[in-house]
Every structure is written in structure tokens, then in C-alpha cells.
Design a protein around this ligand. Structure first.
Ligand code: G3D
Ligand code: MG
Length: 247
């Protein structure tokens, strides 16, 4: 049996659910260590897949700005990144472009597999980022960075797609390490290859050279999401006023 040690980092704004996702995956009573110096903690979990013994070392950043200067140690040696946003909060999604940038730099381009995760999808009523919006954003990230992204929607509360995400991650990490004889996980419906999902749209876009897709275009998208967010806030305020009057 071969042994693998994969360092996985959870990144994203505060309160999007990083710690909850990790705890949901690990179950109660796991061993964790807190590294005060970098404001991060990690915990390990083992799994077996075919003839491979995998140890996941899952790192979770507390997210305080004050720790930004020491973040480098957080990304060092990481092989996979799970970029988490809250589906109620479009800004937490657009902020992922900064998180991705930081992860690329901090890991010295060493991260082999990137996931973007829309968390808290159990909160259907207050969801403000649709799957299409998220895929569009991931597509832009792909064009910007040249990195392949997988996208999935999770709930740390109900457990939706949590196990599936880590199973798929293990599979991808073995593949990128040239282990071809692993079976894909049984449940992969919830995991979306962004490139595949964007289909023909992606082809027309990538047929232009990557250089022609500018930072400006990316910023426009971020701006558009921002405006949409403002509009939604206005509608929400109006609705609240109506409800108040009705009461
Ligand atoms: P962080 O580690 O990214 O900062 P946490 O985020 O895991 O601490 O989660 C922040 C809050 O969101 C917590 O609520 C947590 O219970 C809640 N949360 C996380 N994931 C989900 C989810 O999938 N669905 C729902 N409904 N809530 C979630 P509190 O109230 O403890 O601050
Ligand atoms: Mg946390």
C-alpha cells in the first residue's frame, strides 16, 4: 500500500463556513492543532482508495487580516485548495479572486487542484448567488489564471456534497500524481468541471488568446455582481417595508 500525504487548505472570507465544512467532514472528536503564529489550525484524516492510503491534512485559516503577513506558511506545501464562499453573499464569491491569487503566490504555484465551493445552499430563501452566476465567475477565474476549477454546492449543516467533495479531491490528487488505476468515486453528480459546464461558450472564449481577455473584463463582471447586489438590497428593503405596513 502506497502512502500519500496531501495538505489541503480551506480559504475564503470569514463566516462562509470553512470550519464547519471541515468539522462536518471529519466528524466529532478529531485531533486538531492550532498554530497561533499564522492564525491557522489543521487536522488530519486518513482514507483508503484502491491500494492507496491517503492522509488529508486539512488546514483552516481563522481569517484575521492581522495575520496576512504570515500567511505564506499557511500555503506552503499545499497540494489542493478549497475556496469557499457563502451563497448568500456575492461579495464573498468575488473576493475569491484575491484568495486564489494569494494561494497561487503563497504555494509557489504548488497547488495542483482547486475547488470553488458555494456553501450554505440549505438556506434556499436567502440564496443570492445562483449556480450560473457562480459558474460564470469560475470561468472568468479560469481564464484569468489558467487554472482548472471544479465547482460544487455544499451545506455544512445538512452535509450535502461534503463527503463527495473530499472523495473527488482524493481521486483528482491521485490522478495528478499519475496514479491512473484508481476508480472514480461513485457519487460525482454534485461536482462540476467548470470548463465542461461552460461548454461551447468556453470554446469561443478560449479561441481568443488568453491575453485578449483583460483584467478590465474581469473587473466588469465583479462590478456587475456588485450592482446586482445593490439592486437586491433595495428590493429587500422595499419588501421589508411592505411587510411592516401589512402587519
Ligand atoms: P468560517 O470558518 O469560514 O469563519 P464557520 O465559518 O464555519 O465558523 O461558520 C460561520 C457560521 O455559518 C456559523 O454560524 C455556522 O454554523 C454557519 N454555517 C456554516 N456552514 C453552514 C451551512 O452550510 N448552512 C448554514 N445554514 N449555516 C452554516 P454561527 O451562528 O455559529 O456563527
Ligand atoms: Mg473558521
Amino acid at each position: 500500500m502506497r502512502k500519500w500525504n496531501f495538505k489541503i487548505i480551506l480559504a475564503g472570507d470569514g463566516a462562509v463556513g470553512k470550519t464547519s465544512i471541515r468539522e462536518r467532514y471529519m466528524g466529532k472528536g478529531f485531533q486538531e492543532s492550532y498554530l497561533k503564529t499564522i492564525g491557522a489550525d489543521f487536522a488530519t484524516k486518513k482514507m483508503e482508495k484502491n491500494e492507496e492510503l491517503i492522509t488529508f491534512q486539512i488546514w483552516d485559516l481563522a481569517g484575521q487580516d492581522s495575520y496576512q503577513s504570515v500567511r505564506k506558511s499557511f500555503y506552503k506545501g499545499a497540494t489542493a485548495a478549497i475556496m469557499v464562499f457563502d451563497c448568500q453573499d456575492p461579495k464573498s464569491m468575488t473576493n475569491l479572486s484575491n484568495w486564489v491569487e494569494e494561494a497561487i503566490e503563497g504555494s509557489n504555484n504548488g497547488i495542483l487542484s482547486y475547488f470553488v465551493v458555494a456553501n450554505k445552499v440549505d438556506l434556499e430563501e436567502s440564496r443570492r448567488v445562483s449556480r450560473d452566476m457562480a459558474l460564470e465567475f469560475c470561468n472568468r477565474l479560469e481564464i484569468e489564471t489558467g487554472i482548472r476549477f471544479y465547482y460544487c454546492e455544499t451545506s455544512a449543516l445538512t452535509g450535502q456534497n461534503i463527503q463527495e467533495t473530499f472523495d473527488f479531491l482524493a481521486y483528482r490528487l491521485l490522478l495528478v500524481n499519475n496514479i491512473q488505476e484508481v476508480d472514480p468515486p461513485e457519487e460525482t453528480d454534485g461536482i462540476i468541471d467548470v470548463k465542461e459546464a461552460m461548454g461551447t461558450k468556453q470554446i469561443t472564449e478560449t479561441s481568443m488568446s488568453t491575453e485578449t481577455v483583460s483584467r478590465a473584463e474581469f473587473d466588469t463582471l465583479v462590478e456587475r455582481i456588485g450592482k446586482l447586489e445593490d439592486k437586491l438590497n433595495t428590493v429587500q428593503t422595499i419588501l421589508k417595508q411592505i411587510v411592516k405596513k401589512l402587519q
